[in-house]
Design a protein around this ligand. Structure first.
Ligand SMILES: NC(=O)c1ccc[n+]([C@@H]2O[C@H](COP(=O)([O-])OP(=O)(O)OC[C@H]3O[C@@H](n4cnc5c(N)ncnc54)[C@H](OP(=O)(O)O)[C@@H]3O)[C@@H](O)[C@H]2O)c1
Length: 258
């Protein structure tokens, strides 16, 4: 299997490229170099790259759009048999309802540049010529992940975070997402998948379960509530609770009280 993995320099892309033996597509790589007509199509393009900038002033917007919206269209020019796009659960409203993949998402109801560019990427992929899979993952944890609030709480006996203790997380592991992607390619899956654990949990409950001392802030975050049954039917590991997923992550990292 020949797979091209974008964003293979860090995070999920790095893990997927290593686990699946993918060809890395890194910042600065030219699409044209991979798109030569003589080249055999890739069995799959796994598009993980994104620009993690949280605030986007006008003089960074062109680069932001180039990384998060236009790159998807450019990668589609590379010959491929399947396109796997890593999107986000941030497309779903935080309205307390459980959302499955058939939820009616509208651009005008999205919040922020990140969600809008991801929704645009999804639309490009759906309109593309090749079979496609869209993954909407919750918070990602793994060896190459950026240090998120969740990772800091787990990895330090004491920490100070900006989020409130009642903030709620749903988390999945890079290794499970990579395995899901492998199955998606092997079994020629198609459509949208919520890549999530079976429930969510508050930061306060996480701190107690791992015996961590955390000073919380007052910014509230809540992962949307999700139906993950489509993904669980493919990979039963997503049937784990978020707490069990965090315990597994902590064991993998050799953390105390895991
Ligand atoms: N992290 C999460 O909790 C989470 C949750 C849901 C969905 N996701 C999605 O999952 C995917 C992976 O997230 P992550 O947090 O693992 O990512 P990450 O660690 O931030 O890595 C993203 C990589 O993409 C690269 N990149 C950006 N623009 C590029 C370009 N134009 N060409 C080539 N590479 C480029 C970045 O390079 P630079 O370092 O040079 O910018 C970086 O190496 C993303 O699509 C994200 O939206 C993430």
């Amino acid at each position: 299997m020949r797979i091209l993995v974008s964003g293979a320099g860090s995070g999920l892309g790095r893990h997927v490229a290593a686990a699946l033996g993918g060809v890395p597509f890194l910042r600065g790589d030219a699409v044209e170099a991979f798109a030569r007509e003589s080249m055999e199509p890739f069995d799959a393009i796994v598009h993980c790259a994104f620009n993690a900038m949280r605030s986007v002033p006008w003089d960074r917007l062109v680069d932001y759009m180039s990384d998060n919206a236009l790159l998807t269209a450019r990668l589609q020019q590379i010959p491929h048999r399947m396109f796997i796009y890593v999107s986000t659960v941030d497309l779903y409203p935080r309205d307390g309802k459980i959302h499955d993949e058939a939820s009616d998402i509208r651009a005008e109801n999205l919040h922020g540049a990140y969600a809008v560019t991801k929704f645009y990427g999804e639309a490009l992929v759906r309109a593309g010529a090749a079979p496609w899979v869209i993954l909407r993952p919750t918070s990602l944890l793994g060896p190459y992940a950026r240090r998120s609030t969740l990772a800091r709480v787990l990895e330090s006996p004491e920490s100070v975070v900006g989020l409130s203790g009642d903030s709620r997380y749903n988390a999945v592991l890079h290794e499970d997402v990579a395995q899901f992607i492998q199955l998606a390619i092997e079994h020629r899956l198609s459509g949208v998948y919520n890549i999530a654990s079976s429930d969510d949990i508050s930061l306060d409950e996480i701190a107690k379960a791992f015996d961590r001392r955390v000073t919380f802030g007052d910014h509230h975050y809540s992962a949307p509530r999700l139906d993950n049954s489509r993904a669980t039917a493919v990979l039963p590991a997503f049937g784990r609770s978020t707490l069990d997923t965090l315990r597994l992550y902590a064991r993998r990292c050799g953390l105390e009280n895991s």
